[in-house]
Design a protein around this ligand. Structure first.
Ligand SMILES: Nc1ncnc2c1ncn2[C@@H]1O[C@H](COP(=O)(O)OP(=O)(O)OP(=O)(O)O)[C@@H](O)[C@H]1O
Ligand SMILES: [Mg+2]
Length: 480
């Protein structure tokens, strides 16, 4: 295992005190996930204090623990403790040191939706060009970002970081820590709206990613978004001169020319400064097409070979709950289950409807049966929540969705806004909705399930996949 951090580097970065010499191969803040050789940082949160788990982390093989108060009975680990003033500041200092020592080209991604998807596309696209370090999962907040930076190997060629926020003022400090050479704002939409008065305020907060851009850096902006002019104006204010609009608008520098569903995913045709490329992905949908164009635009902005990066997207897989597809055998054939249970926002449901609308066309020779969506409450939408739920009826009608099932008090607004023939059924929560959905599906149907994480729509997905058990020796398989 190569050393990620040495004692000397960490002591210097954190202004800490440590008697021993050691090297660490990873960084961890959760004692349950500690791996041998990790640098464990005992963070103090609102619910837990990592100091209570520092000894356990060391016993589990952590190379060292960073603490800011003495740990009782830790005598034998004396040489493997770094005493600092404040462990959270220590994490930030290690992150800043990591950024200072790297020669990697860095890309940061923010936006109301599509951050993780875009980040995954970049990770895959850049990995074939050089050693690439990227945010793991969704670690995009005030501790996730420094943790991700602290984990970046010194010899990485590329770094990709997801930056998220819930409150105003959170993005700028994260971006200043990451100091990207290129940054992407995927979209500006009504999502994570709870602590904001308007979507315009959200646009300004996303725009703050430009505060950390390296001099001469590029900002990749959503050209089709209503807030694009505002973001462009913000670029001026931040002194950013290189802007790349991505989207379907004719004047997008990175333009999504067309996308189509294939039997295996999505085929994309896009133009970058007029240079046309075509590539395939095994993920499906309009949002993947858009996110991939943004990712390629950023790769191109940092001077990477974007043709090769685009080619690598053929292996892009949908992260858990974000569009994974399953073929489930049922009587008389199969159903296609699209698992989008990881999260939901109005923009994400609209893009799902647009993707499903494409499935009215035969894909690979087989025409789908009915199109069904199963929706759980979308959270964090503040005062506008009821209206935003009811408002989905328009997009679902436009996409000619056959049947809509809804779960939760907020989704009741959608249920009542739908025309009677589209109403599949409503229940108070996802568990109660299961029997209505499983009784309704039949061979040939396409069923997409979506909702905010805490709406637990994954229970409906599990119930649909379990239908395979009732059908001979059938098993749900990955499928399109
Ligand atoms: N460009 C897009 N436009 C609209 N919806 C999108 C777009 N990209 C992704 N989505 C939707 O948002 C969902 C979540 O995608 P993803 O996890 O990439 O977003 P995120 O911004 O990382 O979310 P979070 O705020 O939870 O980190 C997807 O499953 C999809 O439904
Ligand atoms: Mg994310």
């Amino acid at each position: 295992m190569s050393a990620l951090w040495t004692a000397e580097e960490v002591v210097k970065a954190t202004d800490g005190v440590c008697a021993g010499a050691w090297t660490a191969s990873g960084v961890c803040i959760d004692s349950r996930k500690v791996k041998a050789g990790d640098l464990f940082i005992a963070l103090q949160g609102p619910n837990f204090d990592g100091h209570a788990f520092a000894l356990k982390a060391l016993e589990q093989g952590a190379a060292v623990a960073i603490v800011h108060s003495a740990i009782p009975d830790s005598g034998s680990y004396h040489n493997r403790m770094v005493m600092v003033k404040d462990t959270f500041a220590a994490l930030q200092n290690i992150a800043t040191t990591s950024r200072a020592r790297t020669k990697a080209k860095i890309i940061a991604v923010t936006g109301s939706v599509g951050k993780t998807g875009t980040k995954e596309a970049l990770k895959l696209g850049l990995s074939i060009l050089g050693k690439t370090h990227a945010t793991e999962g969704n670690l995009n907040n005030h501790w996730g970002v420094p943790l991700s930076l602290a984990r970046m190997p010194a010899d990485a060629a590329f770094g990709v970081f997801e930056l998220g926020m819930n409150h105003a003022g959170e993005i700028a400090p994260l971006s200043k820590m990451v100091r990207p050479h290129a940054a992407i704002i995927t979209t500006v939409e009504a999502a994570h709206l709870e602590y904001f008065n308007s979507v315009t305020e959200i646009a300004d907060e996303k725009g703050a990613i430009m505060a950390g851009l390296e001099p001469g850096g590029t900002i990749v902006l959503p050209r089709d978004n209503a807030h694009y002019p505002r973001l462009l104006a913000a670029a001026k204010t931040y002194g950013v001169t290189k802007t790349v609009g991505f989207g379907t608008s004719g004047d997008s520098i990175a333009r999504l020319v067309s996308w189509s569903l294939t039997p295996h995913g999505t085929q994309v045709c896009a133009e970058f400064d007029g240079e046309r490329i075509t590539y395939d992905m095994i993920v499906s949908g309009r949002h993947w097409a858009l996110n991939s164009v943004a990712a390629i635009a950023a790769a191109r902005a940092i001077g990477a070979d974007f043709h090769r990066a685009a080619g690598a997207l053929a292996k892009l897989e949908a992260p858990e709950g974000r569009g994974k597809r399953y073929r489930v055998p049922v009587e008389g054939g199969t159903i296609l289950v699209i698992d989008e249970s990881y999260n939901a926002s109005p923009a994400a449901v609209r893009v799902l409807a647009e993707t499903l609308a494409q499935m009215h066309q035969p894909v690979g020779g087989t025409r789908s049966g009915r199109l069904m969506v199963v929706l759980g409450d979308m959270l964090e939408l503040g005062n506008a929540a009821a209206m935003l739920h009811a408002g989905l009826a328009l997009s679902l009608k436009a996409a000619q969705i056959d049947t809509v099932f809804t779960a939760g008090p907020l989704m009741e607004n959608l249920h009542t806004a739908l025309p009677q023939p589209m109403r599949g059924g409503h229940a108070k929560d996802s568990q109660a909705l299961i029997p209505l959905v499983t009784a309704a599906v039949r061979a040939g149907d396409v069923i997409a399930i979506k909702g905010s994480h805490s709406s637990h729509m994954e229970l409906v997905v599990a119930a649909l996949l379990a239908l395979a058990n009732n059908h001979g020796s059938g098993r749900a398989a990955n499928g399109h």
